[in-house]
Design a protein around this ligand. Structure first.
Ligand SMILES: Nc1ncnc2c1ncn2[C@@H]1O[C@H](COP(=O)(O)OP(=O)(O)OP(=O)(O)O)[C@@H](O)[C@H]1O
Ligand SMILES: [Mg+2]
Length: 262
């Protein structure tokens, strides 16, 4: 039987939401001699949820870190809502506020209460009054289901609760896009869903999200598009169902077969 011609990698993308919000064009990133990102082109539209998957070392974290300028790029350009990423200074702080980031390790300030963790950014960067910042923080803590813990220190919370606080803290800056880099991979299995549920809720509320995760259930439920990376390149992108049931590239087939057997 003849194998059908592989379709172009982008042919299965049916959902396109608003106008382009994050536009990554011809991006190259080197760490010294190491070529970590190769000719990356990716547009994430307003309200779109993009899941990035790929083997370890493929450049997923590097891509996230360049989008909020934790890493510089060697060449190419990245714009957020039409604005080029600034080099430094006040403009960079403003850009960081536009791009919320949640990491694998929760990164809460251990000496601050949960409430203080969430109010710090809005008070320092957005110059909100304490009372206003606290009122907004309480709404967010309620939304992620940890309002009862507001006066505790991070160490007094479970990992899943801490990660939900980290999400609330990022949301407190009213970001235009949220980046998640393997937000559940440091969690015990029973806590993964409580964090994914918050993320699904955010997606349903229309938040623009770029999510590095191997949680295929989340991808199927919430993603408009799956981007598969290998060796610093975007190898394939497709709607989640298409990607998981009918991966085109050998790299993606190989990666998915390993995911399923583990
Ligand atoms: N600061 C750095 N200096 C040098 N090389 C780096 C640096 N950060 C990342 N790299 C290299 O760049 C490549 C991509 O790393 P990255 O962390 O982006 O991969 P990843 O896809 O997120 O992997 P994982 O699934 O393990 O998190 C890896 O080979 C890594 O060793
Ligand atoms: Mg990573």
């Amino acid at each position: 039987m003849a194998t059908p011609d592989p379709a172009p990698a982008t042919s299965n993308i049916t959902v396109r939401r608003g106008d382009p919000l994050v536009v990554v064009t011809d991006v190259e990133k080197h760490y010294g001699d190491f070529h970590a990102l190769k000719d990356i082109n990716l547009t994430v539209n307003r309200g779109e949820v993009v899941v990035v998957i790929g083997p370890s070392g493929s450049g997923k974290s590097t891509l996230c870190r360049t989008i909020n300028r934790l890493e510089t790029i060697t060449s190419g350009s990245i714009t957020i809502d039409g604005k080029k990423l600034p080099e430094e200074g006040k403009a960079l702080a403003a850009l960081r506020a536009d791009v919320g980031m949640v990491f694998q390790s929760f990164n809460l300030f251990s000496h601050l209460t949960i409430l203080e963790n969430v109010t710090l950014g809005p008070m320092k960067v957005k110059k909100l009054k304490k009372a206003d910042a606290e009122a907004e923080a309480k709404v967010l803590l309620e939304r992620v289901g940890v309002a009862q813990q507001a006066s505790k220190l991070p160490a007094q919370l479970s990992g899943g609760q801490q990660q939900r606080v980290a999400i609330a803290r990022a949301l407190a800056m009213k970001p235009k896009v949220m980046l998640f880099d393997e937000p559940t991979s440091a969690l015990d299995p029973e806590m993964i869903n409580e964090v994914l549920d918050v993320m699904v809720g955010l997606a349903q509320d229309g938040m623009t999200m770029i999510v590095v995760t191997h949680e295929m259930g989340f991808a199927r439920k919430a993603a408009d598009r799956v981007v598969f990376m290998a060796d610093g390149q975007i190898v394939e992108e497709a709607a989640p169902d298409d990607f998981f049931t009918n991966p085109k590239s050998d790299r993606a087939k190989d990666f998915l077969s390993k995911l399923i057997t583990h």
